[in-house]
Design a protein around this ligand. Structure first.
Ligand SMILES: Nc1ncnc2c1ncn2[C@@H]1O[C@H](COP(=O)(O)OP(=O)(O)O)[C@@H](O)[C@H]1O
Ligand SMILES: [Mg+2]
Length: 402
């Protein structure tokens, strides 16, 4: 095609995408656990609070262990290498594209049947603190697995990098999920909280009939990150499937007391955290101090701590302003029976359940978010939540790659 014709063709394609009321979208997420690329295929009619979502399919495309280890290595200051991060930006883009192609094959679809991909990318580093650097004080965050790579390898318009626009207006760029929680889970007569237990745990508070301005949310502390890290060190396993190892141990009061000294989970919100805090260094220190302890007791204790840190944050920072009646849980942690049992114990009088609503469940929910954010971007709607991230302006999130 002649260059100008090609430009006109691409512009028309984008324009028709803008005008559509119903879009077929794939949402992609790889969280801090780097266990799998979650890929959801869905249709969205409308946008904003009037969005209606129909889930079509969902897959988890495992991230190969060598790539997972490379991401961990390059997420930590003293082991990261600039060359490796640069290469991983393209390598992960290809892994995300593979997840899309697999989902299309499974559903007998051509790329042309999909309007958009919304991709979170892989967080490599998150810096919400405004420390002085060469005379500047900015918040920043870096996700790799470039959306341009996904767009080229799949042939589908891809929107990615949703966090950084919020940082440009002094926001943390995280968490983003409260936007989805608000439009889908606000209840007319019940105060609810949504808890996602991924690598990190984050909570969204939706008082009954909440408006966008009422919503608040923050990271409570660890999710599965410490459990996963220690499972790898102690048992060479990726995670503690169905709490199999933790069930063989008991809570050790010395280790639990040591974990209670962690400043991050006690910090009052707003706060966001990640592998920088609960990753390799945190785990190495813990293991060095408690190397004589029974391995199963270690896993049991950090599992208990994950649930406790959620409750601590609720009791100290949420309950005084909003007493919840329902706690809806998503993320891989919802599949850990000991985390669920401990949460039910701590949250006495609150109904504690896995998320389940119109095809959205504890496994696909975060991937749905990135499909919704792509839909908001193409609809021209700001999707950052100022009260949640601390940003000073409403901005449209995401970069569009053709
Ligand atoms: N059956 C299970 N039993 C125990 N833990 C599980 C189970 N399934 C998933 N998980 C935990 O959930 C993690 C993945 O959670 P996920 O929500 O995908 O996190 P992220 O968003 O950080 O990728 C796994 O690494 C594991 O720790
Ligand atoms: Mg995951």
């Amino acid at each position: 095609m002649h260059k100008l014709n090609k430009f006109v063709y691409m512009s028309k394609k984008l324009l028709s995408l803008l005008r559509k009321n119903k879009r077929t979208i794939i949402g992609l997420l790889s969280g801090t656990s780097v266990d799998a690329v979650d890929a959801v295929l869905l249709q969205i009619t409308g946008n904003g609070t009037s969005s209606r979502i129909k889930i079509i399919d969902f897959i988890e495309h495992p991230v190969p262990q060598n790539i997972r280890m490379a991401v961990f290595k390059n997420s930590v200051n003293n082991t990261a290498e600039l060359e490796e991060i640069t290469r991983l930006n393209v390598i992960l883009g290809a892994v995300f594209a593979d997840a899309v192609l697999k989902l299309l094959r499974k559903n007998n679809l051509n790329p042309a049947a999909v309007d958009l991909i919304g991709s979170h990318g892989q967080t490599i580093h998150h810096l919400p603190n405004k420390d002085n650097y060469i005379g500047f004080r900015v918040k920043s965050t870096l996700q790799i697995g470039d959306p341009a790579v996904i767009a080229i390898l799949t042939g589908i318009t891809t929107i990615g990098d949703f966090r950084i626009a919020d940082c440009a207006v002094d926001g943390d760029g995280a968490p983003l999920v409260p936007f989805l929680d608000h439009i889908l889970f606000t209840h007319k007569s019940k105060n609810r909280a949504l808890l996602n237990i991924g690598g990190i745990s984050n909570i969204t508070i939706l008082k009954k009939n909440a408006s966008k301005k009422d919503v608040f949310a923050f990271d409570t502390g660890p999710g599965n990150m410490i459990i996963d890290g220690l499972m790898y060190h102690l048992f060479k396993k990726k995670f503690d499937k169905n709490a199999h190892s933790a069930k063989k141990g008991a809570v050790n009061t010395d280790l639990f007391g040591y974990l209670l000294n962690d400043k991050m989970f006690r910090k009052s919100p707003p706060k966001s955290t990640g592998r920088e805090h609960y990753g390799a260094e945190f785990q190495k220190k813990l293991l060095a101090k408690f190397n004589k302890l029974n391995k199963y007791d270690i896993i049991r204790t950090v599992t208990e701590f994950t649930a406790y840190s959620v409750w601590y944050n609720y009791n100290n920072f949420i309950k005084p302003v909003c007493v919840i009646e329902e706690l809806l849980i998503s993320g891989g942690g919802a599949k850990n029976p000991l985390i669920m049992r401990a949460l039910k114990n701590y949250f006495k009088g609150v109904s504690v359940n896995e998320v389940k609503q119109n095809g959205i469940n504890s496994m696909n929910k975060e991937a749905v978010l990135f499909a919704v954010l792509a839909n908001e971007c193409i609809s021209g709607n700001p999707a950052n939540m100022n009260r949640v991230t601390g940003s000073t302006k409403d901005v449209i999130l995401g970069k569009i790659c053709q």
